[in-house]
Design a protein around this ligand. Structure first.
Ligand code: AMP
Length: 473
């Protein structure tokens, strides 16, 4: 989970990169960074914190140039160390290279060992540096970035949407299974790629299309060209992007996230109807689901929890006690809406169960008679190895408990998770084209100690140069 963006625009890129990262802030709050190229030099700035805290007007005006990339980080691989903040920047054969990555590799250890044995040194603990090393090594051997990306796709196992700036040329590529989202837009004087369409919207740019799984996009001052490097037998779009991670107004692989959530809300009512005085959401992640539930059930949507929008994420607090206290500060129940009421409370997911338990306690303290919990995802049973920060099986409340045990543990009057079938129907893809690892424990790639159903990937080796064509939206 991270957000990435790359822009080439004759009008300058730093402000646009800044606003694009702002729009992607929900994808990572730990750190933010931008690198730009001005025709002869690479300018870079990065730091810990939110986009608005890291960058100031003087910093942005120093980020000169008409090509650049940016990143917001939510750590999955690699500790919270200053050297792990992206983009990572390198100088090689008089070329400046900057790289940023969203996703998570599962063969980091082997790749790192392979490159260390060949004499390479690493200065970070991120998997992104491995991608950079493979690319740079391959470029030095073949000279062609297209070949280097192909070699990368042969070697990397995991999820990856990547932006690379090589001097003034921007490259973006997406893993052959299309696990993490990635899209292309047209800015006023150029083109962009970004993790989510909301970054394109934020710049008043024109959304063109998603980057295809296994595709490489090359953008320079002349325009954009795309080529297919690898073709897999299926996709494995991350189901959790639709459930929780992406912004509700994002369109990912042709599907509006808000509509998926609203549709699931309706199905939650159909699957397990209940009589209640009102339907409310755990804001903001449960809102679109709750609106769907209210529509389906004809029970009025009434907000009964107010969110303090200036509070950071509770999920990432290190200890259970801190997480519990943080929930109370983040959410305040509206007593007048709860006293003696029976309410349906809708949220996107239960992970450890801390949030739901604490919220239900608060609602009961505020006078609620019944709290019927409805959840927009099926029970989360297994960890994610492909980019979503999910705890271990031991910490996941539903990994070894049936729904009734989870209900008791969070003290809800009733509990229902959406079925996998209804979730998949709401997204609208075939099941084989979605990664459901966190729900089923079956992954689309080989992962040590886990059950997997990997699929075959064909490479367009040797001939793909010929396929380099003009961009078609
Ligand atoms: P909990 O059950 O207390 O661990 O937290 C679950 C809540 O955290 C859900 O309702 C989501 O809104 C949110 N959430 C779920 N997955 C993640 C994640 N990977 N990172 C941050 N927040 C998450």
């Amino acid at each position: 989970m991270c957000g990435i963006v790359g822009i080439v625009d004759a009008g300058g890129v730093s402000i646009q990169l800044y606003y694009a990262l702002y729009a992607l802030q929900h994808r990572g709050q730990e750190s933010a960074g931008i690198s730009t190229f001005d025709g002869s030099n690479l300018h870079k700035f990065k730091g810990n914190g939110l986009v608005a805290d890291v960058f100031s007007p003087p910093v942005l005006s120093d980020l000169k140039g008409t090509a650049g990339i940016g990143h917001v980080r939510y750590p999955t691989t690699g500790a919270n160390l200053p050297e792990n903040i992206q983009p990572l920047n390198f100088q090689f054969q008089e070329r400046f290279i900057s790289i940023a990555h969203n996703g998570n590799l599962v063969n980091t250890g082997e790749l790192r060992a392979e490159y260390e044995q060949a004499g390479q040194i690493f200065t970070t603990t991120t998997d992104t540096e491995i991608i950079a090393k493979i690319l740079i090594d391959a470029i030095s051997n073949s000279g062609s970035v297209e070949d280097a990306v192909s070699i990368c796709m042969h070697k990397l196992v995991g999820s990856y949407s990547v932006v690379i700036l090589i001097d003034g040329v921007l490259y973006g590529f997406r893993d052959p299974l299309g696990i993490k989202p990635f899209c292309i837009g047209k800015t006023e004087h150029g083109y962009m790629v970004a993790s989510e369409s909301v970054a394109v919207d934020a710049l008043s740019a024109k959304f063109l299309r998603d980057v295809k799984p296994g595709e490489l996009v090359r953008i320079d001052s002349e325009g954009v060209r795309c080529m297919q490097i690898a073709v897999a037998g299926k996709c494995a779009h991350c189901i959790f992007e639709y459930i929780y991670f992406a912004r509700a107004d994002a369109v990912i692989d042709g599907v509006l996230v808000y509509d998926v959530r609203r549709q699931i809300g309706k199905k939650l009512f159909e699957e397990d109807p209940v009589k209640a005085d009102s339907v409310g959401a755990v804001p903001d992640s449960g809102t679109a689901y709750a609106i769907g539930y209210a529509e389906g059930s004809k029970i009025p949507f009434v907000e009964s929890l107010m969110k303090n929008r200036y509070m950071g994420r509770t999920f990432i607090m290190p200890t259970q006690k801190e997480r519990e206290r943080a929930v109370r500060i983040k959410l305040n129940p509206i007593k007048a809406h709860l006293k003696d009421k029976s309410v349906v409370l809708v949220d996107d997911s239960i992970v450890r169960g801390t949030t739901s338990k604490r919220i239900i306690e608060m609602m009961r303290d505020a006078g609620a008679r019944e709290v019927h919990m409805r959840i927009g995802s099926p029970a989360i049973k297994a960890p994610c190895y492909l980019g979503v920060d999910m705890p271990t099986r031991e910490e996941l409340i539903a990994s070894n408990r049936v729904e009734e045990e989870v209900r008791r543990s969070i003290t809800a009057t009733s509990l229902h998770h959406i079925s996998i079938e209804a979730l998949i129907e709401a997204i609208g893809f075939d099941r084989e084209n979605l990664c459901t690892g966190c729900l089923t424990g079956c992954y689309p790639l080989p992962i040590d100690g886990e059950h997997a159903k990997p699929c075959h990937v064909d490479f367009v080796d040797g001939t793909y140069q010929a396929k380099l064509g003009s961009f078609e939206a």
